[in-house]
Design a protein around this ligand. Sequence first.
Ligand SMILES: [Zn+2]
Length: 110
Amino acid sequence: MRIRCTWCGAELPSAAGMGRPRRYCAQACRQRAYEQRTVSARAGLPPEAVVVSRPELDHLLDRLFALRCALSDARVVLGEQASAAELRGVLEQVGSAAGELDRLWVTPRE
Ligand SMILES: [Zn+2]
């Protein structure tokens, strides 16, 4: 499993040796996460709370819906004794719908 920076999502090198695993890729990310926790606490929100605007959330939900549709189409094709070319096509659609969801930030971070 890939380990990612808790703040920016950058992939972290696999933990070498003993000790507590890294959570951040850089001191700047550690600092931003600290600031976010401080602001959340001041606002009475849980430390892991994320504030998302409605348009940003809608965008994310649209992408997840497209992915769900692509997976549904893939199930249909798989049930039809599809050729390798058809399977390759449907797999490409799923990949395209998934896009970079795992790298998506609802609000881009510098
Ligand atoms: Zn980072």
